[in-house]
Design a binder for this molecule. Structure first.
Ligand SMILES: [Zn+2]
Length: 118
């Protein structure tokens, strides 16, 4: 049964998405936090530190993360433990990335600064 019971009445429920910031998603999924060497939630690319920044090599081949290898913990460097959510959720597609930190506060700020500087 997908749901819960209150006063003998059954309420069906379903988790569609889990919305959280990067640290929260990492904790819920029991994986490395953002800015780790293996931290991308969508692919298997490795990052490295270059001039005090985490960068990703453009030339590297990347493989998309999917739910089945995630739950099998095929990427040992990425996982820190087992999340209880693994039994009820798709650990990749039901954790959407927020544009606020990806675009608004990160890359977009740098692009606008670059374009607006003389
Ligand atoms: Zn990636």
């Amino acid at each position: 049964m997908d749901g819960f019971t209150v006063k003998n009445q059954i309420f069906k429920s379903k988790i569609r998405f889990c919305i959280a910031d990067g640290q929260g998603r990492a904790w819920l999924k029991q994986v490395n936090p953002p800015n780790s060497k293996v931290c991308c939630e969508r692919c298997l690319i490795l990052s490295y530190c270059f001039r005090k920044r985490m960068v990703f090599s453009v030339g590297d081949e990347w493989v998309k993360r999917t739910d089945v290898p995630f739950k099998a913990k095929s990427d040992e460097l990425y996982h820190k433990g087992t999340s209880t959510l693994e039994t009820i959720m798709d650990m990749i597609n039901q954790f959407p990335l927020k544009p606020l930190h990806l675009i608004d506060l990160g890359v977009m700020k740098r692009i606008l600064k670059f374009l607006l500087e003389p």
